[in-house]
Design a protein around this ligand. Sequence first.
Ligand SMILES: [Zn+2]
Length: 277
Amino acid sequence: MYEIFARLLAERGLKPADITRETGINSTVFSEWKKGKSKPNTEKLIKIAKFLNVSVEYLSGNSKIIRCPKCGIEYDESDIEDISYHKQEHLKWEAATKKFGVLYCNSIENERIKAENRNLRDDNTLTFEERYKAQLEIFRCLFSRSVNANNFSLEHVMFDDYVAMMLGNDSYKKNIPDDLYNALVKKYGIKPGISFGSIYYVSHKNMILTKKDNRDIAKDIDSIMYKLTSKEYGPAAYNGENLSKESTDLFREELEIALKRLKLINKEKYNPNKNKK
Ligand SMILES: [Zn+2]
Protein backbone atom coordinates (compact mmCIF):
# COMPACT_ATOMS: atom_id res chain seq x y z
CA MET A 1 0.00 0.00 0.00
CA TYR A 2 2.88 2.37 0.71
CA GLU A 3 4.04 1.58 -2.81
CA ILE A 4 0.88 3.11 -4.25
CA PHE A 5 1.44 6.22 -2.15
CA ALA A 6 5.11 6.44 -3.18
CA ARG A 7 4.25 6.00 -6.85
CA LEU A 8 1.60 8.73 -6.72
CA LEU A 9 4.10 11.08 -5.10
CA ALA A 10 6.71 10.32 -7.75
CA GLU A 11 4.22 10.79 -10.59
CA ARG A 12 3.25 14.19 -9.26
CA GLY A 13 6.74 15.31 -8.33
CA LEU A 14 5.90 15.50 -4.63
CA LYS A 15 7.71 14.54 -1.43
CA PRO A 16 6.21 13.29 1.85
CA ALA A 17 7.19 16.68 3.28
CA ASP A 18 4.72 18.32 0.86
CA ILE A 19 1.93 16.17 2.25
CA THR A 20 2.95 17.04 5.80
CA ARG A 21 2.87 20.73 4.97
CA GLU A 22 -0.56 20.53 3.32
CA THR A 23 -2.32 18.10 5.64
CA GLY A 24 -0.48 18.52 8.92
CA ILE A 25 0.18 14.80 9.12
CA ASN A 26 3.39 14.11 11.02
CA SER A 27 6.24 12.76 8.88
CA THR A 28 6.79 9.83 11.28
CA VAL A 29 3.46 8.48 10.04
CA PHE A 30 5.02 8.10 6.60
CA SER A 31 8.22 6.47 7.79
CA GLU A 32 6.29 3.99 9.96
CA TRP A 33 4.10 3.30 6.98
CA LYS A 34 7.09 2.75 4.75
CA LYS A 35 8.64 0.30 7.20
CA GLY A 36 5.36 -1.59 7.32
CA LYS A 37 4.99 -0.98 11.04
CA SER A 38 1.66 0.78 10.85
CA LYS A 39 -0.50 2.41 8.28
CA PRO A 40 -2.22 5.77 8.63
CA ASN A 41 -5.66 5.66 10.23
CA THR A 42 -8.80 6.30 8.19
CA GLU A 43 -8.92 10.00 8.98
CA LYS A 44 -5.35 10.45 7.74
CA LEU A 45 -5.95 8.26 4.71
CA ILE A 46 -8.90 10.45 3.74
CA LYS A 47 -6.74 13.56 4.05
CA ILE A 48 -3.93 12.04 1.98
CA ALA A 49 -6.33 10.73 -0.65
CA LYS A 50 -7.99 14.11 -0.89
CA PHE A 51 -4.68 15.87 -1.32
CA LEU A 52 -3.53 13.39 -3.96
CA ASN A 53 -6.92 13.58 -5.62
CA VAL A 54 -7.59 9.83 -5.57
CA SER A 55 -10.20 7.77 -3.77
CA VAL A 56 -9.39 6.15 -0.43
CA GLU A 57 -10.14 2.80 -2.10
CA TYR A 58 -7.49 3.49 -4.68
CA LEU A 59 -4.95 4.56 -2.09
CA SER A 60 -5.70 1.43 -0.08
CA GLY A 61 -5.13 -0.80 -3.08
CA ASN A 62 -8.74 -1.96 -3.18
CA SER A 63 -9.60 -0.25 -6.42
CA LYS A 64 -7.80 0.41 -9.66
CA ILE A 65 -10.04 3.25 -10.70
CA ILE A 66 -8.27 6.57 -10.74
CA ARG A 67 -9.03 10.04 -12.00
CA CYS A 68 -6.31 11.79 -13.94
CA PRO A 69 -5.48 14.98 -12.03
CA LYS A 70 -4.96 16.82 -15.30
CA CYS A 71 -7.63 15.84 -17.80
CA GLY A 72 -10.10 14.68 -15.15
CA ILE A 73 -10.85 11.41 -16.96
CA GLU A 74 -11.63 8.49 -14.68
CA TYR A 75 -10.27 5.15 -15.79
CA ASP A 76 -9.44 1.64 -14.62
CA GLU A 77 -5.68 1.15 -14.46
CA SER A 78 -6.02 -2.61 -14.74
CA ASP A 79 -7.99 -2.40 -17.98
CA ILE A 80 -5.90 -2.02 -21.13
CA GLU A 81 -8.81 -0.64 -23.10
CA ASP A 82 -9.45 1.95 -20.41
CA ILE A 83 -5.80 2.94 -20.32
CA SER A 84 -5.67 3.57 -24.04
CA TYR A 85 -8.96 5.44 -23.83
CA HIS A 86 -7.45 7.72 -21.20
CA LYS A 87 -4.30 8.22 -23.28
CA GLN A 88 -6.34 9.33 -26.23
CA GLU A 89 -8.48 11.69 -24.12
CA HIS A 90 -5.42 13.02 -22.35
CA LEU A 91 -3.89 14.03 -25.67
CA LYS A 92 -7.08 15.91 -26.50
CA TRP A 93 -6.87 17.66 -23.14
CA GLU A 94 -3.27 18.61 -23.84
CA ALA A 95 -4.15 20.10 -27.22
CA ALA A 96 -7.14 21.92 -25.72
CA THR A 97 -5.02 23.39 -22.92
CA LYS A 98 -2.53 24.60 -25.47
CA LYS A 99 -5.24 26.37 -27.40
CA PHE A 100 -7.54 27.59 -24.61
CA GLY A 101 -5.23 28.08 -21.62
CA VAL A 102 -5.84 26.76 -18.12
CA LEU A 103 -8.73 24.31 -17.85
CA TYR A 104 -10.06 23.14 -14.51
CA CYS A 105 -11.12 19.66 -15.58
CA ASN A 106 -11.30 18.01 -12.21
CA SER A 107 -14.92 18.48 -11.24
CA ILE A 108 -14.22 18.70 -7.50
CA GLU A 109 -11.49 21.28 -7.97
CA ASN A 110 -13.70 23.14 -10.43
CA GLU A 111 -16.56 23.37 -7.92
CA ARG A 112 -14.21 24.46 -5.14
CA ILE A 113 -12.65 27.26 -7.19
CA LYS A 114 -16.05 28.41 -8.36
CA ALA A 115 -17.50 28.53 -4.85
CA GLU A 116 -14.44 30.36 -3.51
CA ASN A 117 -14.64 32.99 -6.20
CA ARG A 118 -18.38 33.43 -5.84
CA ASN A 119 -17.74 34.42 -2.23
CA LEU A 120 -15.01 36.83 -3.29
CA ARG A 121 -17.12 38.35 -6.04
CA ASP A 122 -20.02 39.02 -3.67
CA ASP A 123 -17.83 40.37 -0.86
CA ASN A 124 -18.34 44.12 -0.96
CA THR A 125 -15.43 44.79 1.38
CA LEU A 126 -13.08 43.82 -1.45
CA THR A 127 -11.90 46.18 -4.16
CA PHE A 128 -13.53 46.32 -7.55
CA GLU A 129 -10.44 44.74 -9.14
CA GLU A 130 -10.51 41.80 -6.75
CA ARG A 131 -14.19 41.16 -7.41
CA TYR A 132 -13.69 41.54 -11.15
CA LYS A 133 -10.87 39.01 -11.06
CA ALA A 134 -13.07 36.61 -9.07
CA GLN A 135 -15.81 36.82 -11.71
CA LEU A 136 -13.26 35.99 -14.41
CA GLU A 137 -12.17 32.94 -12.42
CA ILE A 138 -15.80 31.86 -12.25
CA PHE A 139 -15.99 32.21 -16.02
CA ARG A 140 -12.79 30.17 -16.29
CA CYS A 141 -14.45 27.37 -14.32
CA LEU A 142 -17.58 27.47 -16.46
CA PHE A 143 -15.47 27.65 -19.60
CA SER A 144 -13.49 24.58 -18.50
CA ARG A 145 -16.69 22.65 -18.00
CA SER A 146 -17.92 23.74 -21.39
CA VAL A 147 -14.73 22.64 -23.18
CA ASN A 148 -14.86 19.40 -21.23
CA ALA A 149 -18.49 18.79 -22.13
CA ASN A 150 -17.51 19.10 -25.77
CA ASN A 151 -14.94 16.39 -25.38
CA PHE A 152 -12.06 18.92 -25.60
CA SER A 153 -13.09 19.86 -29.12
CA LEU A 154 -10.75 22.45 -30.60
CA GLU A 155 -13.77 23.95 -32.34
CA HIS A 156 -14.95 25.34 -29.03
CA VAL A 157 -14.94 29.14 -28.89
CA MET A 158 -12.04 30.90 -27.18
CA PHE A 159 -12.32 32.20 -23.61
CA ASP A 160 -12.95 35.85 -24.56
CA ASP A 161 -15.81 34.91 -26.88
CA TYR A 162 -17.19 32.58 -24.26
CA VAL A 163 -17.27 35.43 -21.73
CA ALA A 164 -19.08 37.64 -24.26
CA MET A 165 -21.65 34.88 -24.78
CA MET A 166 -22.19 34.44 -21.05
CA LEU A 167 -22.66 38.20 -20.71
CA GLY A 168 -25.36 37.92 -23.33
CA ASN A 169 -26.97 35.01 -21.53
CA ASP A 170 -30.04 36.41 -19.77
CA SER A 171 -30.35 33.45 -17.46
CA TYR A 172 -26.80 33.96 -16.20
CA LYS A 173 -26.23 37.70 -16.22
CA LYS A 174 -28.50 38.33 -13.25
CA ASN A 175 -25.87 36.59 -11.09
CA ILE A 176 -23.31 39.27 -11.84
CA PRO A 177 -23.35 42.53 -9.83
CA ASP A 178 -24.08 45.53 -12.06
CA ASP A 179 -20.73 47.29 -11.68
CA LEU A 180 -18.83 44.16 -12.71
CA TYR A 181 -21.28 43.41 -15.49
CA ASN A 182 -20.88 46.83 -17.08
CA ALA A 183 -17.10 46.69 -16.92
CA LEU A 184 -17.04 43.19 -18.38
CA VAL A 185 -19.32 44.19 -21.24
CA LYS A 186 -17.02 47.10 -22.01
CA LYS A 187 -14.04 44.77 -22.29
CA TYR A 188 -15.57 41.62 -23.81
CA GLY A 189 -18.76 42.81 -25.50
CA ILE A 190 -21.90 40.74 -25.80
CA LYS A 191 -22.38 37.84 -28.18
CA PRO A 192 -25.16 35.37 -28.81
CA GLY A 193 -24.46 31.64 -28.59
CA ILE A 194 -25.28 30.58 -25.05
CA SER A 195 -28.80 31.46 -24.12
CA PHE A 196 -29.31 28.72 -21.63
CA GLY A 197 -27.08 27.27 -18.93
CA SER A 198 -23.32 27.69 -19.35
CA ILE A 199 -22.30 25.13 -21.96
CA TYR A 200 -21.44 26.18 -25.48
CA TYR A 201 -22.21 23.39 -27.90
CA VAL A 202 -19.88 22.88 -30.81
CA SER A 203 -22.10 22.19 -33.81
CA HIS A 204 -22.99 18.58 -34.19
CA LYS A 205 -21.94 18.30 -37.79
CA ASN A 206 -22.95 14.73 -38.42
CA MET A 207 -26.04 14.90 -36.36
CA ILE A 208 -29.27 16.03 -37.87
CA LEU A 209 -32.76 15.96 -36.54
CA THR A 210 -35.24 13.87 -38.49
CA LYS A 211 -38.76 14.99 -39.38
CA LYS A 212 -40.03 12.85 -36.54
CA ASP A 213 -37.60 14.48 -34.08
CA ASN A 214 -38.87 17.91 -35.11
CA ARG A 215 -42.48 16.78 -34.77
CA ASP A 216 -41.78 15.42 -31.28
CA ILE A 217 -40.07 18.64 -30.27
CA ALA A 218 -42.94 20.76 -31.57
CA LYS A 219 -45.36 18.66 -29.52
CA ASP A 220 -43.21 19.04 -26.40
CA ILE A 221 -42.99 22.80 -26.89
CA ASP A 222 -46.75 23.14 -27.25
CA SER A 223 -47.37 21.15 -24.13
CA ILE A 224 -44.75 22.98 -22.07
CA MET A 225 -45.88 26.39 -23.32
CA TYR A 226 -49.47 25.57 -22.49
CA LYS A 227 -48.56 24.63 -18.93
CA LEU A 228 -46.29 27.61 -18.44
CA THR A 229 -48.55 30.30 -19.74
CA SER A 230 -52.02 29.06 -18.90
CA LYS A 231 -53.75 31.63 -16.72
CA GLU A 232 -54.47 29.49 -13.73
CA TYR A 233 -51.49 27.22 -13.38
CA GLY A 234 -48.58 28.66 -15.25
CA PRO A 235 -45.55 29.92 -13.35
CA ALA A 236 -44.97 32.31 -16.26
CA ALA A 237 -48.32 34.00 -15.74
CA TYR A 238 -48.43 36.93 -13.33
CA ASN A 239 -51.43 37.50 -11.06
CA GLY A 240 -53.61 35.66 -13.49
CA GLU A 241 -52.43 37.90 -16.29
CA ASN A 242 -50.71 36.23 -19.21
CA LEU A 243 -47.24 37.15 -20.37
CA SER A 244 -47.00 39.56 -23.25
CA LYS A 245 -46.94 38.01 -26.69
CA GLU A 246 -43.38 39.20 -27.14
CA SER A 247 -42.10 37.49 -24.00
CA THR A 248 -43.98 34.34 -24.84
CA ASP A 249 -42.48 34.18 -28.33
CA LEU A 250 -39.02 34.80 -26.98
CA PHE A 251 -39.42 32.08 -24.43
CA ARG A 252 -40.73 29.71 -27.07
CA GLU A 253 -37.63 30.27 -29.16
CA GLU A 254 -35.34 29.62 -26.22
CA LEU A 255 -37.23 26.48 -25.41
CA GLU A 256 -36.94 25.24 -28.97
CA ILE A 257 -33.18 25.77 -28.97
CA ALA A 258 -32.81 24.00 -25.66
CA LEU A 259 -34.92 21.01 -26.69
CA LYS A 260 -33.14 20.64 -30.02
CA ARG A 261 -29.79 20.67 -28.30
CA LEU A 262 -30.97 18.16 -25.78
CA LYS A 263 -32.19 15.89 -28.56
CA LEU A 264 -28.83 16.10 -30.33
CA ILE A 265 -26.94 15.39 -27.16
CA ASN A 266 -29.10 12.39 -26.40
CA LYS A 267 -28.68 11.09 -29.93
CA GLU A 268 -24.94 11.40 -29.63
CA LYS A 269 -24.97 9.75 -26.25
CA TYR A 270 -26.84 6.72 -27.49
CA ASN A 271 -25.05 6.41 -30.79
CA PRO A 272 -23.22 3.07 -30.45
CA ASN A 273 -20.53 4.19 -32.93
CA LYS A 274 -19.38 7.00 -30.73
CA ASN A 275 -16.33 6.54 -28.51
CA LYS A 276 -17.21 5.46 -25.05
CA LYS A 277 -17.38 8.22 -22.55
ZN1 LIG B 1 -5.24 12.52 -18.18
